[in-house]
Design a protein around this ligand. Structure first.
Ligand SMILES: Cc1cc2nc3c(=O)[nH]c(=O)nc-3n(C[C@H](O)[C@H](O)[C@H](O)COP(=O)(O)OP(=O)(O)OC[C@H]3O[C@@H](n4cnc5c(N)ncnc54)[C@H](O)[C@@H]3O)c2cc1C
Length: 326
């Protein structure tokens, strides 16, 4: 028999955004259900050291932080379902969703916290050295490369911003781009070219990341000249792949308004989407900050926005006593 799960607030995603929304909703007595997706805990479960999440003087581990967030959400009354939503119907309330397990989920409100995934080059050596010199987030990991020679790969705004950001930590930053011009905004390009500690290597792509040392870490990259095909080795201790992110919003195409890059559009200063009663938080609606703490912050906002929406909907649905006239 197909299981049906109903809740005042259904939350899709169990990263920092979804779990923070769950903590706030549970403490407001809404008994939220969190559908965890195929990556319970979200992106932080694939990293190691986290040094910028407030509240911890020591370096903590990403998977441990997410375990704590899940425990906290469960402790205050949120329920976790290990399922992945593959169909949505947002045309009427309660919103209806179907999971890969066959279960049906009904929510008076819906909080979408399905996150985003960094795009990678998809080289076997990249997978092997992720977290050991190869990263997709300079803001997150740049600090670990203080005083080291690093490269940033890409040619858009993200790559240029990451290269500029890395000059806070390194005096030797090289931007690697496979074409002979950048896509980034002009103003960013001007700042990049004017920076004395950044150089650009044009027409180059990474053929392979090279590991070495004990414990093993990145020591070099093999760069292919995209015009001649020639390969040269380039020494570096840190590589930041900055070729963009893909928000997990395919499911919502045609149901919610998305921007040109596929991120869910929200009303400025809120988490309200184009469908009343549906709220979005975390990386799925934020292509600028993309941090655990900002995801948690918008998760809190989504729960509060949903709670307010329900209170107003309940008030409208309740017959009000006639006003007494003197
Ligand atoms: C390697 C790495 C290191 C990082 N290091 C740091 C750091 O040090 N500090 C920092 O602040 N940030 C760091 N970040 C960024 C941080 O992880 C993200 O900003 C944050 O996780 C975003 O949280 P989120 O809840 O929006 O989404 P995510 O963490 O992406 O979680 C998305 C969730 O949605 C679920 N989901 C997706 N689709 C569905 C579906 N159809 N049905 C149900 N569930 C679904 C997934 O299973 C997952 O649980 C790092 C990111 C990476 C990749």
């Amino acid at each position: 028999m197909t299981a049906t799960h109903s809740s005042r607030m259904l939350i899709l995603g169990s990263g920092p955004a979804g779990l923070t929304a769950a903590i706030y909703a549970a403490r407001a007595g809404m008994a939220p259900i969190v559908v965890q997706g195929i990556q319970p805990g979200g992106q932080l479960t694939i990293t190691t050291d986290v040094e910028n999440y407030p509240g911890f003087a020591d370096v903590i581990q990403g998977p441990w932080l997410m375990e704590q967030m899940q425990k906290q959400a469960e402790h205050v009354g949120a329920r976790m379902e290990w399922d992945h939503i593959s169909e949505v119907d947002l045309s009427q309330r309660p919103f209806r969703m179907k999971g890969d397990s066959g279960a049906l989920y009904l929510g008076d409100t819906l909080v979408v916290a399905t996150g985003a995934q960094a795009r990678w080059l998809n080289l076997p050596s990249e997978e092997h050295l992720k977290g050991r010199g190869v990263s997709a987030c300079a803001t997150c990991d740049g600090f670990f490369y203080r005083g080291r020679k690093v490269i940033v790969i890409g040619g858009g705004n993200t790559a240029v911003e990451e290269a500029l950001y890395m000059t806070n930590h390194s005096h030797d930053v090289t931007l690697i781009h496979r074409r002979d011009s950048l896509r980034a905004e002009k103003i960013l390009q001007e700042r990049l070219f004017a920076h004395p500690n950044i150089r650009v290597m044009w027409n180059r792509e990474v053929a392979q990341f090279v590991g070495g040392g004990e414990p093993e870490g990145l020591v070099a990259v093999d760069l292919r000249d995209t015009t001649t095909g020639a390969i040269e080795r380039f020494d570096t201790e840190g590589a930041f792949v900055a070729i963009g992110h893909s928000p997990a919003t395919e499911l919502f195409r045609g149901h919610l308004d998305l921007d040109g890059d596929g991120y869910i559009k929200v009303e400025q200063g809120t988490t309200r989407t184009s469908v009343p009663g549906v709220f979005a938080c975390g990386d799925v609606m934020d292509k600028i900050y993309r941090q655990a703490v900002t995801a948690a912050g918008t998760g809190c906002m989504a729960a509060l926005d949903a709670e307010k929406f329900l209170a107003e909907a309940d008030f409208e649905a309740t017959p009000q006593p006639a006003l007494q006239h003197a």
